[in-house]
Design a protein around this ligand. Sequence first.
Ligand code: HEM
Length: 413
Amino acid sequence: MTPPISRRRFLAGAGVLAVGGGALAAGCAEEPAPAATAGAVPLAFIPFRGRHQAGITAQPSPAVGLMAAFSVLARDRAELAAMFRDLTDEIDALMAGRPPEVRDPAYPPVDSGILGPEPAPDNLSVIVSVGASLFDERYGLADRRPRELVEMPFLANDRLDPERSHGDLLLTVQAEHSDTVVFALRQLMRRTRRTLTLRWVVDGFNRRSAPGEKGTGSPRNLLGFLDGTANLATDPALMARHVWTSPADDEPGWTAGGSYHVVRVIRMLVEFWDRTPLAEQEALIGRHKNSGAPLGADHETDAPDYASDPEGAVTPLDAHIRLANPRTPATERNLILRRGFSYTRGYDGAGQLDQGLAFVSYQRSLESGFLAVQRRLNGEPLEEYIRPEGGGFFFALPGVPTRGGHLAEGLLA
Ligand code: HEM
């Protein structure tokens, strides 16, 4: 039975409840609307059903994110299918804000209660992705592996920690607030405790900036630079071209509507960075630190002009953005959708801060997406300041368009 919709929930779902202010921004004459801030976004329940998993392109990009990688313990394909059905049902309920069932107090409650009796909308989305190891001999899925999906190899400059890399299944949980993310993760793990066991977790944040007149509202990363400026816009035509696997691709049919999903947990050597001259920092990235403008330009949204700078007098030829995207017709096919988070997780044994970028990209092809960009970046001068320590290659499952359907239905059919 569908629970009645409360007034608070209706208004909030319609995007009327202001973040942080707690007061209704509309329809409340005596209470002035809170001033708009860079972080104020409408809060809603993001619909789960659709051709693609909604979290991949959800706008505005989430303020908080968590990735948790698991080993799958299902004993056979039937248990594996049951696990995906349970995950689907739980994600559907979480994203819709379905209030938990009230139980006899003689039993443990069905949820942790972290969000109170009626979870408020918080732009929560959950993305489910699978790793290459799910296609080993255990479930007879070898012939259904997305063709380019392999265990993430060591790439230039990597110091991958096996304890923080790879996995059969990856959950990405995103929302506006950390407690929403923690709540969702605990619900999902509780529901799947017999079949999923945790391997590693990384969680992080993005604080959107004030967009200004010629800015994008991108967050700053922990090197202090705006990150996301030249990202792929999430409009359907670009997504179809660069992000979603298509039935026309040389891939198993079930993959259509999914996406190759790369996670790279890249530590930043922040103490060293903070002792680096500003001019050098800007030359390493290829943008001005304050404005985010390309070197030699004024506004964040100005396009870099590499054609009239063939020697790299303005933007060094080995600046991060110039290598990542040389902006030539031939490299247009390498565009990727970046959806990473900054993370901070304490300090190491040498008393150095453990901070960095949980880099995430989605692309239609690993070869012509992430790997092509990474090959150009191999040996870039920025490498001195960063160290990839974990993550993995995954494939984000296609969405679930129909009511009775579930995640991985095509894969397991
Ligand atoms: C800790 C590691 C990294 C840092 C600090 C970093 C930082 C940045 C910054 C500040 C920008 C400019 C703003 C923007 O357009 O978003 C940028 C752009 C970009 N980065 Fe990175 N990045 C990192 C790793 C990577 C990796 C691993 C890749 C892919 C293999 C990558 C691909 C790109 C691309 C494609 C662009 C856009 C370039 C353009 O279109 O002009 N980055 N990055």
